[in-house]
Design a protein around this ligand. Structure first.
Ligand code: CA
Length: 269
């Protein structure tokens, strides 16, 4: 039975005074969410998404992983809408979500926004998520060379996110079935890493065997490069073994339960 084994680190960085990233890692689910929005709402969006999706995944282990991701996203949207209804100053809050779920057999990636998922296998780094950004669309259309992305002035314009709009549909979420291979390593990260640290440096750091030391090294690279944004990295290996129990680890804004719109919204069963 497949599961994830790893750890993560989240840091406010050297410029921002608080952390709007949230993350969660457990044996069968891992995710990063990067919130945006004024008036202390970015952290509410990322924390609520992380809380709802993680609680949903923990309560419904064994559900078809694609259904699980889509249902959890739809629950998240409902809570974001409720969060704005309760406190209209949060209007406009939004978050990325990059989540990997396994039922012990399949591994599914659900993704919206510009956080990233990478696979590191046999020393080779492959980005398995697709950035929902303006510049990536230009690259896809052949209007911009990929090498020009890191310096493009509009590189942070995100075209898709989870937000508090009733029109938000789960079809915004990109679903990718990943070929699960025991021994493969995955990195989930916010753009606070990838805006500042090149892929070859990321690949080098992924050689560090201990996942926590590896995540800490990646975050340190972003801080050394300026730390201009919140930075969050989860590093985990796919392991084949007996089923385990584990609650997982919360990181970033979701560690403060006051950032979650309604901590009672997800019920088991
Ligand atoms: Ca960010």
């Amino acid at each position: 039975m497949l599961r994830f084994s790893g750890a993560g680190v989240s840091d406010s960085g050297r410029v921002r005074d608080h952390n709007e990233d949230s993350a969660f890692i457990a044996p069968y689910v891992a995710m990063v969410a990067d919130g945006v929005g004024g008036a202390a709402a970015g952290e509410v969006a990322s924390a609520t998404a992380t809380y709802v999706v993680s609680a949903y995944a923990l309560a419904r282990f064994g559900t078809d992983p694609v259904d699980l991701v889509l249902q959890a996203v739809s629950e998240t949207t409902r809570d974001l809408v409720r969060g704005v209804d309760t406190d209209p100053v949060r209007a406009g809050m939004a978050t990325t979500l990059t989540v990997m779920v396994t039922d012990g057999d399949r591994v599914v990636l659900g993704h919206v926004g510009d956080s990233r998922a990478y696979r590191w296998s046999a020393g080779r780094l492959t980005q398995v998520s697709h950035d929902h950004t303006y510049v990536q669309r230009l690259v896809d259309d052949g209007a911009l060379p990929a090498e020009a992305v890191p310096r493009h002035p509009w590189r942070n314009v995100v075209l898709r996110s989870l937000h508090a709009d009733v029109s938000m549909g789960v079809d915004e979420v990109e679903i990718v079935e990943l070929a699960p291979v025991a021994g493969d390593r995955y990195l989930l990260c916010s753009d606070g890493l990838t805006d500042l640290v090149a892929d070859d440096e990321i690949a080098d750091a992924l050689h560090i065997a201990d996942p926590h030391s590896c995540a800490a090294r990646l975050v340190a690279l972003a801080l050394t490069a300026g730390g201009t944004d919140n930075v969050t990295c989860l590093v985990f290996d796919v392991i084949d073994g007996p089923r385990v129990c584990g609650d997982g680890m919360l990181l970033g804004a979701v560690r403060d339960i006051d950032n979650v719109v309604d901590a009672g919204s997800v019920r088991s069963g």
